[in-house]
Design a binder for this molecule. Structure first.
Ligand code: NAP
Length: 244
């Protein structure tokens, strides 16, 4: 049977690089987006032009029914999902005492609930086949913690807890669950930080540069390789040495 990947937040940044990489590796790819319809459709058209198979699907991953419907749409068009990448994410920059209840809940809804929803949507087929790969995108802040991003970091830490626990539960079924924790990666998410902050982040990175979306995509691809089949429950940091 063919390989089909479902990538949440595939319209921009890291997700787009993951989509391109998996498509180049022969996956048919479901490209989930929240608002960027044009970007997602353009990416799907690019992949189809290159002879691949791709479908752009809108869904807020925080919405269980919407996430489930998006997975069903991809499965009908491209085949059952054999690889799931939970990449959709949002950022935060405020003090804990100023964090509203709505923001706190939204962080967990997108990052933790989103992964819960999509994994439950793809699991029946993976369990039936006793095969499948799941990669969740956390963050170095989910490992180390970060000021002015307490809700973000806590929800990304939840993604790591989910990854490790589910990996144990699903290993007997030959379904692997791993996590990539990116450092500072040049995307829309960090561009808003401003040049001075970005320069200081480069200074703090032993590798002397910001990461690229492709750096992260290569790590995701590694976890999904067939010959990485003894590797599960791991968190791979892609940060140029930032948190060493
Ligand atoms: P980005 O450029 O801002 O792109 C975010 C992507 O997530 C977009 O495709 C967006 O869709 C999608 N998205 C957001 N909320 C969604 C929702 N509720 N449902 C479905 N899709 C949603 O961000 P990025 O830098 O590529 O980040 C990707 C992932 O890496 C995130 O989980 C982020 O936390 C993590 N990460 C990033 C960095 C970094 O330095 N950039 C570092 C560590 C971890 P639309 O285009 O439709 O808005």
């Amino acid at each position: 049977m063919g390989k089909t990947a479902f990538v949440t937040g595939g319209s921009r940044g890291i997700g787009r690089a993951i989509v391109r990489r998996l498509a180049a590796e022969g996956y048919a790819v479901g490209i989930n987006y929240l608002q960027s319809r044009e970007a997602a459709e353009t990416l799907a058209a690019e992949i189809r032009r290159q002879g691949g198979r791709a479908l752009a699907v809108q869904a807020d991953v925080a919405d269980r029914e919407a996430a489930d419907a998006a997975v069903r749409e991809v499965e009908e068009e491209l085949g059952p999902v054999t690889a799931l990448v939970n990449n959709a994410g949002i950022s935060q920059n405020d003090l804990f005492q100023d964090t509203t209840e709505a923001l706190w809940r939204r962080m967990f809804a997108v990052h933790a609930d989103g992964a819960f929803h999509t994994i439950q949507a793809v699991l029946p087929h993976m369990l039936h086949e006793k095969a499948g790969g799941i990669v969740n995108i956390s963050s170095i802040w989910g490992l180390r913690g970060a000021s002015c991003e307490v809700a973000y970091a806590a929800s990304k830490a939840a993604v790591i807890g989910l990854t490790r626990s589910l990996a144990m539960e699903l290993a007997p079924s030959h379904i692997r669950v791993n996590c990539v924790a990116p450092g500072v990666i040049e995307t829309d998410m960090v561009r808003g930080l401003g040049e001075e902050t970005l320069a200081s982040l480069v200074d703090q990175t032993p590798a002397g540069r910001l990461g690229t979306p492709e750096d992260v995509a290569r790590a995701v691809s590694f976890f999904l390789r067939d010959d990485a089949d003894f590797i599960t429950g791991q968190v791979l940091t892609v940060d140029g040495g930032f948190i060493l």
